[in-house]
Design a protein around this ligand. Structure first.
Ligand code: 5GP
Length: 179
């Protein structure tokens, strides 16, 4: 059974956009103490490609939060599974996230990190699905706006599968509806 319905973003498209975002971030944060916070696990590919396109010195750290688990619908409940190792008070923080969908995860993360008094807090997201937004959240640095489809690849999983695909693809509904 072919579980990939369509390739939405090719390796080349992603690489070009990530390079542009890296250049923009490097210019905007020149001379600033920047901590890039990758959100595990979905942002792993975006994060590792992006940091290599940022030409200024940065610190990196990670958080893991629960989102979809192994089902394909968001619960709205967010739980921290792994917290930051580094202190962020007085530092410029950039959250690096895979997808902004309903916006609930981002809303929670921002509230949580803002309570630690960073100098600034912004968001870089690879993908935005604005059709499903429930709260007024957005990425300050955005890779691509995509339609309301369930996507996998380039770090993004379905039930822990597909993360290693080099592209972003729409998953065939038969993969999660079990037909
Ligand atoms: P939100 O809280 O904005 O609804 O959800 C954000 C999280 O939901 C993302 O970080 C991602 O883990 C997950 N998510 C949203 N859309 C998709 C999708 O199309 N595919 C997968 N695999 N996860 C998604």
């Amino acid at each position: 059974m072919n579980t990939i319905q369509e390739i939405l973003l090719t390796e080349e498209q992603i690489s070009t956009r990530v390079q542009e975002l890296g250049a923009q971030i490097s210019a905007d944060y020149q001379g600033k103490d920047l901590v890039l916070v990758g959100i595990l696990k979905g942002a792993i590919c975006f994060f590792s490609d992006l940091i290599r396109k940022v030409s200024i010195p940065v610190n990196v750290d990670f958080m893991a939060v629960s989102s979809y688990g192994s089902s394909y619908q968001t619960s709205g409940a967010v739980r921290i599974l792994k917290d930051l190792d580094l202190p962020i008070e007085g530092r410029h923080v950039l959250i690096v996230e895979d997808i902004v969908d309903t916006g609930l995860t981002l809303s929670y993360l921002k509230k949580n990190l803002l309570s630690r008094n960073p100098a600034s807090l912004k968001v870089a997201a690879l993908l935005d699905k604005p059709e499903r937004r429930q709260v007024d959240e957005h990425a300050d640095y955005l890779g691509f706006t995509i339609p309301d489809e369930f996507v996998v690849g380039y770090g993004i999983d379905y039930a822990e599968q597909y993360r290693s695909l080099p592209y972003v693809a729409i998953l065939s509904p038969s993969a999660y509806l079990g037909s």
